[in-house]
Design a protein around this ligand. Structure first.
Ligand code: NAP
Ligand code: F7E
Length: 344
């Protein structure tokens, strides 16, 4: 029998990759998009414009995770076998600016979906998009499913509520609900203000004289970066497992932002030379033009200094491992940017 999935947050990076993945598995895919005065489905354009897919397997609906009525009505109407909650105000720095909205969407949004599931059909499987930001000020390295949480932002705290409410509904109502604890994952479809996309886009533009300088914040935070394509496969695998559970998904490797910039520059054959310290640290190209500079405005009130996960449980129980490494991720992101230039 054909399966039906409902994706909250379908217009985001992961929503686009998960949609493609599930369509390839012959799912009927329903997605929830927010009303917007500007075009907000560009990541889905290639799927949506495919007439064959459009007619039979792929449907977009208006809704919002801050609106219980739309959530209830959509779950009732689409009758999904699986619900993926990817919807969130997902920018950590922005969560300090709009903490109440972030909590409403990222914490209460999950509760609203869980409540609708137990009222409509307890057989619906549920995936919650948890985050390594819940580890925050890390209590041990590497982080596993057993590492205590210590969030460092309104975003991290809201995701922590979602994590525990998902565990609670699983135990209280015996539903198939899973938390993915996903470390940073990137792709050509990453939002422009996340550091990897910002760096790749800017260095590509600098290489081709379309931009002079890149401004960043903390160069020394360390992240465990994977590719979104690998991580959506893990989401699906969690819902096909023989029991509902929580899984860390990561690569087990970490790099600083500065190392990431150096790796992108290397692939683009830009030779850079760092000078200075702290917020005054700058990178210069071979003609001694300053191309990277730090700016206080990108620093956060509290920072997550280091993240590095251990995916042994997912490897053993889900038979999951990442196919991409940092270099293939960067290569994919650069190719996309350069193609975009060519189509300008
Ligand atoms: P993203 O690109 O920012 O996408 C977020 C999605 O949520 C977008 O479709 C957005 O819609 C939607 N959304 C935001 N507020 C909403 C609301 N009130 N009602 C309905 N939809 C709403 O994020 P992503 O990188 O794909 O991440 C997917 C999920 O995984 C998020 O929950 C994120 O917090 C979590 N996560 C991400 C990472 C990562 O490294 N990417 C790691 C761990 C966890 P618009 O397009 O209209 O803005
Ligand atoms: O920052 C530093 C910044 O915004 C990474 C989200 O998907 O992953 C993401 O959250 C690091 C931080 O991602 C700039 O201070 C330096 O230390 O790319 P980011 P994030 O905050 O790690 C987690 C797992 C999620 O769940 C989130 O939804 O890079 N950094 N300079 C910068 N960050 C940004 N954005 N911009 C800079 O200029």
């Amino acid at each position: 029998m054909k399966k039906t999935a409902l994706i909250f947050g379908i217009t985001g990076q992961d929503g686009a990759y998960l949609s493609k993945f599930l369509l390839q598995k012959n799912y009927e895919v329903h997605g929830v998009k927010r009303r917007s005065s500007s075009h907000n489905t560009y990541r889905l354009d290639d799927i949506y414009n495919d007439q064959l897919v459009k007619k039979s397997n792929f449907f977009l609906h208006y809704g919002d995770i801050t609106d219980s009525i739309s959530i209830f009505n959509l779950i009732k109407k689409t009758k999904p076998h699986e619900v993926y909650n990817l919807a969130a105000q997902s920018h950590v720095a922005v969560s300090f600016e709009i903490p109440e909205y972030t909590t409403n969407a990222d914490a209460l949004g999950t509760l609203r979906i869980l409540e609708a599931i137990i009222k409509i059909d307890k057989n619906i499987k549920f995936y919650q998009a948890g985050s390594s930001e819940m580890f925050g000020k890390v209590m041990e390295t590497p982080q596993t499913e057993k590492t205590p949480f210590y969030p460092r932002s309104p975003y991290g705290a809201a995701k922590l509520y979602s994590h525990w409410i998902t565990v609670n509904y699983r135990e209280a109502y015996n539903i198939f609900a899973c938390n993915g604890i996903l470390f940073n994952h990137e792709s050509p479809l990453r939002g422009d203000t996340f550091v990897t996309k910002k760096v790749v886009k800017a260095l590509c533009r600098i290489k081709f004289n379309k931009q002079k300088k890149l401004f960043v914040g903390n160069l020394y935070a360390k992240r465990d970066w994977g590719h979104a394509e690998d991580y959506v496969r893990a989401m699906w695998k969690m819902l096909q497992h023989n029991k509902p559970d929580d899984f860390v998904i990561c690569t087990g490797k970490q790099y600083t932002i500065k190392q990431f910039i150096n790796m992108v520059a290397k692939q683009l054959k830009i030779r850079i030379n760092w000078k200075g310290k702290g917020i005054k640290e700058k990178a210069f190209d071979e003609k001694n033009n300053c191309i990277v500079e730090c700016n206080n405005k990108y620093l956060r009130p509290t920072e997550v200094d280091t993240l590095k996960g251990d995916f042994s449980k997912a490897r053993k129980q889900l038979k999951w491992k990442p196919n991409h490494d940092i270099n293939s991720l960067i290569n994919d992101m650069i190719s996309y940017e350069l193609n975009t230039f060519n189509n300008d």
